[in-house]
Design a protein around this ligand. Sequence first.
Ligand SMILES: Cc1cc2nc3c(=O)[nH]c(=O)nc-3n(C[C@H](O)[C@H](O)[C@H](O)COP(=O)(O)OP(=O)(O)OC[C@H]3O[C@@H](n4cnc5c(N)ncnc54)[C@H](O)[C@@H]3O)c2cc1C
Length: 299
Amino acid sequence: MCGALYYITMSPFTPEYIKVRTVSEIREKIPGDKKAYFLAGGTDLMCYIREGLIDSEKSCLVDISKIDGLNGIEEETDRIVIGAMTTFREISENESIKKWCPGLALAARSIGTPQIANRATIGGNIGNASPSGDSIPSLITHNAVLKIAGSSGEREVDISGIFTGPKKTILANAEIITSVLIPKLKVKDGSALRGTFIKIGGRKSHIISKASVAVLAAVAGRDIGTVNVAFGAVGPVVINAESVSRILENNTVTPELMEKCAVEIRRIISPIDDFRSSAAYRREVLPLLFARAMDEITG
Ligand SMILES: Cc1cc2nc3c(=O)[nH]c(=O)nc-3n(C[C@H](O)[C@H](O)[C@H](O)COP(=O)(O)OP(=O)(O)OC[C@H]3O[C@@H](n4cnc5c(N)ncnc54)[C@H](O)[C@@H]3O)c2cc1C
């Protein structure tokens, strides 16, 4: 991957390269007339540059990999804090994530090949704003909050409110995600915290999703308490399936309840035909993935 970074910085199609060491340097160094792309792991940007999708005249590459404080995972009393530059390998192996965010640990483990997982960051996965970004459904089920820094200071935004379309976010040009804040979901005595993430791709693993499901719930046998559901790659942005969660909440999982959920799932998704899959396939497969996810968390 060092070779890839060399390719990025040496390619004739590469925009102006700017290295920063602090968040405040970002606003000082970005030329006002250029769109900033933040070089984190470079696993998406490398492809965009190679495919000529970035206008080198009108853009700049801001290398954020050397900014202090954007790395690592901290467990606090009520929440988990993940630095934006934390890689999916670190996330998949972290004990606090496995305990409090089991679905996110599974999603992290499913991302790319080991080489990609060693470089790809959670900030890049969110900043790339793909409807098939695998960390996003689990983060939505956790009601994760993004800490964002930019020219007008810091702000916090609910992850569900950040995406406006495929590859589009509400982030201003010089704004970066600095960390992801995940509140710990406390469950009642007699219940267990269960979370899962299931995706389907062209192969069994190491492949970008054609459709994905994340579920986080407080569970006692087949009885569901608090629950959140999200779907990836079946709409212009990852879908926070609140209406499906409301059908499940404080209910017992039965075939009839699952059928009610399947009808609601087909109503709220808007999949498209693309080079990865067809809309018809995604519409068929998603309720099945969801049923598998519910079996896993209640089994
Ligand atoms: C072979 C291969 C397999 C892959 N498999 C998967 C997969 O299974 N699942 C999956 O979800 N993805 C997959 N990807 C896509 C990619 O690896 C992920 O989206 C990754 O998380 C991107 O992170 P990065 O650090 O490499 O981002 P970069 O490529 O450095 O940046 C991506 C985008 O995010 C923005 N960005 C980066 N950091 C920040 C930040 N802190 N704040 C705001 N914006 C930011 C950049 O401006 C850019 O637009 C794969 C890619 C490849 C090449």
